[in-house]
Each structure stands twice: as C-alpha cells, then as structure tokens.
Design a protein around this ligand. Structure first.
Ligand code: ATP
Ligand code: MG
Length: 401
C-alpha cells in the first residue's frame, strides 16, 4: 500500500476466538484454525503466517496479495474473534508517531473524537502502555486540530501493539465470524433442501466446528434441473464458510411413488422423512466403506411447530430410525430469526428462488401432526423398503465443487 510517497507494509492480525479457552486442546484447535486460514486465502496470493500468543499474523509476500480480498475471506473463517489490517512499524517511538499520523490520516482528519489504545507485550520497550497512550495522544491532538480525546465511544481508536519484533498500528478491528474452527468437532451430513432453513442449519453447525457433507433428494421429472442448480449454488455459498462440502444427490422418485401408492396419505411426509434419514445413513456407511471419515451426525433445518412434520411426535418417529444424533440447530428459532441469519450468510436470495422440492410435490393436504410409531411401521410394512432404500443409496451421486 502506498500512502503519500511512503510505501507501507501491511499485515492482517487475527485474534483467536473461543479456542482461547480450550486448555490442552488449544494447540490442536490453533493448528486447525491456521490450516483453515491458509485454505481460505489460497487464491489470494503468496503469504506467510506467524503465531504469537493468541494472535495470528498474516504477512503478504508479494504485491499480488490483495488485502481487500483477504479480509473478506477472513471474515468467513470460524474460530476468529476479531481481525484487522495493521501497519507494521519499527519499534521506534518517533516512527510509531509518524506512521500513526500517516496510516490513519483519512479517519483522523474527518472525525471528531479519538483515543489511543496501546498494548505492550514486549515489556522491554521503553514506554509503558499508558505512556504510549498519553504521548501518542498528545502528538495526534497537536497534528489534527479537529480532534478531541474521548475515552468512551470515540469515533476513532488508534491501536498500537508493541510486540517482540515490530509494533503494529491499526484503526477499527472487525468482528470475526466467531465459533470454533471447522473440522475441530468432526463431521456432519447436512440434509440440504432448497429452502431457507437447512443452509442456515449447516452454517450453524459448521460454526460449532463440524466439517460438512451435504445430501439432497431429487425426484425427477417432478423436480427439475433448475431446482438442483439452486441447491448446488447453496453448497457453494456454504463452501465460503465451511470449506469444501462434498455434495450427494439422491434420486427418490421411485421410492416416493411407491410410498404414495401404498401408504396412508396423511403419513407420507413422515415416512419420507424417515427414508431420507435412512438414505443419508446408507450413504455415510457407503463412504466409510470406501475409506472416508464417518459423519458422526446428521443435520436438518427443522424447527419445532414450523410445519406439520416438525412436531414432537414427528421428530421422535424420525429419531427412531437414526443410529447417529440428528442435530437440529434451528429447533427453537422463529422463521424471522432464521431469515436474518440466511441474509447475513448470503443464502437467502438463492433460497427464495421458487423451484419445487421433492417433499412438497408429494406432500399430503393434511399430514398427520402427531403420528404414532406403530402406525408408521405398519404402513412401511406395505413397502419393500430396504430394497428401495438400498437402491437409492447405491445410485446416489457425489459431486465436489
Ligand atoms: P427447508 O427450508 O430447509 O427446506 P422446511 O422448513 O421447508 O426446511 P421441510 O420441507 O419440512 O422444512 O424439511 C425439513 C428438513 O428436511 C429440511 O430442513 C431439510 O433438512 C430436510 N429436507 C427437506 N427436503 C429435502 C430435500 N429435498 N433434500 C434434502 N433434505 C431435505
Ligand atoms: Mg423445505
């Protein structure tokens, strides 16, 4: 970056989030976080990563490395509490003064109030943190006549960190994505529809450290190419936050036709939901047999009372067929809350595109809200369910974007 005619070296400082608290596991979490940062910046340009205390410093290694793009990517890496672009300065107080003036000039010139916040991890530096604040504050007050000092809620904070090798100067720190690093809590298989809810559910579990796989059920010709493309776009949006999300596409047309033909209409939704779980489990097993890591949980976008199948009765009938926990992070959320997360993560506009879903096509007018397990099992007895499900699992296709 060039300001005035002085060339300045900028880095990105990343402050770790909750991993701070993880005691002995801290090292593991950090290694995973650093890996995730590396992956997310892979296409931005050459850089190196330094670790000091709980700060990770990203140092660009060529002009090609775009800091603008890098901070956008970093904002989507879980496990980060905050991050900021910072100027690297020699640990010479005169240089720190001059550099602060130049680096934050645009803000300091246009705002009214400011304060200096200093942190000194190098205790050998000749000024204490309060002295840095006082002396630098005095200097900046002198330089910018428009400014006054305000300790609570100033327009600009001039942050100075004096570390082992260099000092760093920055203005506002950005809030990070929070949570814990993806891949630090195992893997979950997300049942991903084209709706608003399930992408949000996947995002929430990635935020809690799960690596994601996703499975989507199609029923051509009742569902079309555009509906599938929409879900693939959702996978790409999730990828920005969660890294690569291997995507399974399972064709349930024949299965759904059989259910419709042979089972009571008011039980179709719940029987299909149980089948979805069984198919997802079958795919997990199939992948495990191929030597891939096992998904230890399923994830759905269900929210209690949202629709007829999302009742305690419906949920418990679904749970009966699963050998792994079914995570439902939206269970206690209102639609409005879910929508606001969908907007924040960038999935909302895609989710509301009006294409048909396999569930809605076969869904009965009056689904049973409180199904009993024995009646569902009886109805399923009319089908050759194992064979139908095995064949869906066998033909499920994997796509990796
Ligand atoms: P969403 O907005 O996620 O579609 P929804 O409120 O429409 O959810 P349902 O259609 O009842 O609710 O689906 C409940 C959950 O079942 C979804 O959140 C999703 O996890 C899963 N699901 C539904 N349809 C599909 C599908 N075609 N493929 C994969 N999973 C699905
Ligand atoms: Mg849906």
């Amino acid at each position: 970056m060039v300001k005035g005619n002085v060339k300045m070296k900028e880095v990105i400082l990343v402050k770790e989030g909750e991993i701070f608290l993880k005691g002995l596991n801290k090292k593991n979490f950090e290694t995973i976080l650093v890996n995730n940062i590396k992956k997310s910046l892979k296409e931005v340009g050459p850089f190196k990563i330094l670790k000091q205390q709980s700060t990770i410093t990203i140092v660009p290694e060529s002009e090609e490395f775009s800091l603008d793009l890098a901070v956008k990517k970093i904002a989507k890496v879980f496990g980060i509490a905050s991050f900021e672009r910072a100027l690297v300065v020699e640990k010479d107080f005169e240089k720190i003064k001059a550099a602060s003036k130049k680096y934050l000039k645009d803000e300091l010139e246009t705002k009214k109030s400011f304060k200096v916040f200093a942190k000194r991890s190098d205790k050998n530096f000749f000024l204490s943190s309060p002295s840095i604040c006082a002396k630098l504050g005095e200097f900046l007050l002198d330089e910018f006549k428009n400014l006054h000092v305000e300790l609570n809620n100033p327009d600009v904070v001039v942050n100075v960190e004096v570390r082992d090798t260099y000092a760093y100067i920055y203005g506002k720190a950005e809030k990070g994505a929070g949570g814990v690093p993806v891949n630090s809590a195992g893997e979950g298989m997300l049942l991903l529809s084209g709706g608003i809810d399930s992408p949000v559910a996947g995002w929430m579990m990635a935020k809690r450290g799960l690596r994601l796989k996703a499975i989507h059920f199609i029923s051509p010709p009742y569902t079309g190419e555009r509906a599938l493309k929409k879900v693939e776009d959702l996978v790409l949006i999730l990828k920005e936050w969660a890294g690569i999300v291997p995507f399974f596409i399972a064709n349930t047309t024949k299965l759904q036709e059989e259910i419709k033909k042979n089972c009571p209409q008011d039980l179709l939704t719940i029987i299909l939901r149980r089948c979805m779980i069984k198919i997802a489990l079958g795919v997990i097993e199939r992948e495990q047999e191929k030597g891939y890591k096992k998904s230890g949980a399923l994830i759905t976008g269900e929210s209690l009372s949202q629709v007829a199948s999302q009742t305690l009765g419906g949920i418990s009938c679904t749970n009966f067929v699963s050998s792994v926990p079914i995570l439902r992070p939206l269970i206690g959320m209102d639609k409005e809350e879910i929508v606001s997360i969908a907007r924040k993560i960038g999935s909302y506009e895609t989710s509301i595109l009006p294409y048909e879903d396999c569930c809605s096509i076969f869904s009965p007018k009056h689904p049973k809200t409180n199904p009993k397990l024995f009646e569902i099992e009886k109805a399923e007895g009319n089908l050759n369910l194992k064979e139908l499900i095995d064949s869906v699992v066998e033909e499920t296709v994997l796509k990796i974007f």
